[in-house]
Write a protein that binds this ligand. Structure first.
Ligand SMILES: O=C(CO)[C@H](O)[C@H](O)COP(=O)(O)O
Ligand SMILES: [Fe+2]
Length: 232
């Protein structure tokens, strides 16, 4: 059941961007369950990444033949409506948009589904979880940001954990993702709060032994998930 399966997805934001395809391959070989691809347009957040749909297609699908993998897009863009079709055509599997970026989440959810992608809905640290709740039964995954979107390598915001716990209590089988400052030092808090989709950027990418970091994150998460799901 979703919510009871633990998945680890490295964010490749802080990888060697000159070797993006190989970096993605390396992460999958190290045991990543999915790749978390941060798309920033310089409007919704200050930074701008090159990770547009052309790059998704060329780097990941065509050149690296990674088409069976899971490309989970984290869209930090001003107009998330604009990129649904191009991302679907490029081979993205999940499209996570920010609730703050749209006036019509319902229409966007429908469009993402019609384009055969899973739906993720993200909230920034300043957005309360009650805004997300009305949509929770229509989405595949809720993303609780644990840093202010825009940069990798920031400090984990522990005060976001009550949002995760609240969502887990209200929606036991929803996939709940945490993103920002998550690594070996902070995973326990995320797992105990109820997160089962774990994004980790710097902690994995900058490690000499990414496989061990991924394993550690998974073990901590699986233990918490098993306890919670068996208790039910
Ligand atoms: O969405 C993001 C930033 O907006 C990144 O996914 C996130 O910051 C991951 O990197 P790190 O684990 O280094 O914080
Ligand atoms: Fe992200």
């Amino acid at each position: 059941m979703a919510g009871c399966v633990c998945k680890i997805g490295p964010s490749i934001l802080n990888s060697d961007l000159a070797c993006l395809g190989n970096e993605c391959k390396r992460m999958l070989e190290c045991g990543a369950d999915f790749l978390h691809l941060d798309v920033m347009d310089g409007h919704a957040v200050l930074k701008c990444t090159f990770l547009g749909h052309w790059l998704v297609k060329d780097t990941f699908v065509r050149k690296q033949k990674l088409s069976n993998s899971f490309f989970y897009m984290h869209m930090m863009v001003a107009k998330p409506e604009q990129w649904v079709k191009p991302m679907a055509a490029a081979g993205a599997n999940q499209y996570t948009f920010h609730l703050e970026a749209t006036d019509n989440p319902g229409a966007l959810i429908k469009d993402i589904r019609e384009n055969s992608m899973k739906v993720g809905l993200a909230i920034k640290p300043g957005t309360t979880v009650e805004y997300l709740a009305p949509w929770a039964n229509q989405i595949d995954m809720a993303l609780v940001m644990t840093v202010e979107p825009g940069f990798g390598g920031q400090t984990f915001m522990e005060d976001m954990m009550p949002k995760v716990s609240w969502l887990r209590t209200q929606f036991p089988s929803l996939d709940i993702e945490v993103d920002g400052g998550v690594g070996p030092d902070t995973i326990s808090k995320c797992a105990e709060a109820g997160a089962n989709m774990i994004v980790s950027g710097s902690a994995v990418m900058k490690s000499d032994d990414p496989r061990s970091v991924i394993n550690l994150l998974r073990n901590v998460c699986v233990e918490a998930v098993q306890k919670r799901c068996l208790d039910r």
